[in-house]
Design a protein around this ligand. Structure first.
Ligand code: SAM
Length: 192
């Protein structure tokens, strides 16, 4: 079994003082992603705001050696755990720190506005982009930018996936801001 992050990091990303709950919630989200997005084992997956690997560890047994997982996050303590603990055990999984991005509560010392941040990957690099409980932490201009960046990374056949850990909050489909509508080629936006 892959290592589980310490409690101080688990509670950073959600109500996961219980290590078993942390693992089970990742597994449940990963199953939903595979099923609802039709994710194939050889897919190229990006997770924006990957935290301390809750979903990455759950996807690890599903993504084949022909597929890949990339995750980035603004919070150094989370990535400082993922990189040495997960990367050596999962050769096709990579974790990247974007600590230049300012994020209140997660990276207050970042100097770059999230509304102006370009994701550090080439266009069309991914088949699936996961944003799990990330947009909920961001202002509207930054959300618009992240959705634009997501669409550019996906190319024609991508699926955009948005998971909320807190049901019934601001990005439920019935409350979604019209300015944030995705182009049709971006595929469905799902709220699990
Ligand atoms: C509630 S946690 C969810 C973590 C992970 N996605 C999961 O589902 O376990 C929110 C994450 O978003 C990250 N985050 C916040 N603002 C961000 C931004 N502007 N860009 C990228 N990640 C961000 C935080 O550092 C944190 O890891």
């Amino acid at each position: 079994m892959l290592p589980t992050p310490p409690e101080s990091l688990r509670v950073w990303v959600g109500p996961f003082a219980d290590a078993e709950l942390f693992r089970a919630s990742g597994t449940r989200n990963a199953h939903s992603i595979v099923e609802l997005c039709g994710l194939k084992p050889d897919a190229r997956v990006l997770e924006v705001g990957c935290g301390c690997g809750r979903i990455a560890t759950a996807l690890a047994s599903y993504i084949s050696e022909n597929g890949s997982y990339d995750g980035f996050d603004v919070a150094a303590p989370l990535l400082n755990w993922c990189r040495p603990e997960l990367q050596p055990r999962l050769p096709n999984f990579r974790f990247q720190l974007a600590d230049e991005v300012h994020a209140p509560g997660h990276n207050p010392s970042g100097t770059k506005n999230a509304a102006e941040f370009s994701f550090p990957y080439a266009s069309g690099s991914f088949d699936l982009v996961i944003l799990s409980s990330v947009l909920t932490h961001m202002m509207p201009e930054a959300i618009e930018n992240y959705l634009r960046e997501t669409c550019s990374l996906l190319g024609q056949l991508g699926v955009h996936q948005c998971v909320s850990l807190r049901r019934g909050r601001s990005h439920r489909s019935d409350q979604r801001d019209d300015r944030l509508r995705l182009p049709p080629q971006a595929g469905p936006m799902l709220d699990l």
